[in-house]
Design a protein around this ligand. Sequence first.
Ligand SMILES: [Zn+2]
Length: 312
Amino acid sequence: MPISRYPAFRLVGTVTNKTPTILSVHAHPDDESSKGAPTIARYRTLQARCVLVTATGGEEGDILNPKMDRPEIRANLAEIRNAELEEATKIIGYDEVIKLGYRDSGMPGTEANERLDAFYNIPIDVSTDRLVEIFREQQPHVVITYPEDQSGYPHPDHLRVHDISLKAFDLAGNSNYKPELGEPFQPLKLYYSLWTKAKILAIVERFESLGLESPFPRDRLERQGQDDLVTTQIDVADFLEIQRRALLAHRTQIDPNSPFWFGLPTQEQAKAYSTEDYHLARSTVEVVSISNGEIETDLFEGTGLSLAQRFK
Ligand SMILES: [Zn+2]
């Protein structure tokens, strides 16, 4: 697999919080289950502290499970999605869930997208400051967010999550920046979660080798992947089952009969492709594996922090 070398490392600040901490920033309830859930579950078993920030309530989501598409559910979607989020994050093992409480921005051209309380319409400095304050309070060593290029799914809330994550990463450790938001703390590494073509192709091949019809639409196969950005792969073979349970907790969003999510047994999924893939986009520490042109296999490499059990 092609990898991109991270150009230059810059060492700034010192770690003050010794509990290895990962903070993921997501846009809507269910994003935490579809992206990064097995990675978090894995690090939770390694005694890392895991914090989730969810920007919106997902009020504009469609009901994607036909069995749940009922008027009383539509009418209470925000509360129901909140309960689904709580259930899913317990399954994944998040230690803390912080909701920014903004409204789902919906897609461009919709009425929801014009609302002043929509996440995308909140001035970016305001939402960034919320995250700066959270970084300073939670002291994450590792931050996970969405990639810069989200052309495959350009939801305004996902774009905004990316933007505020980077801004907050750059500001949280700056002692001249708004001391009223807390003691400066510099996270050490920031990752983009990626969805690679290699993964989709491996899964499609597995479907076919088992004589099953692949649920991946053709246009998805033709779309450019982010394979060239992969610097880091986390082996999550043993945590795919947890991800499925977390996805199922999102009853309004995930159809339990969906072949896209559940068509392959987890053992087969693990045989096809057993990692979640990331791009190390910012680092204040040197990561030897990446510097050597190798794939990094631990989000905490180079941080000097010890997990209960190291990766092999
Ligand atoms: Zn989302």
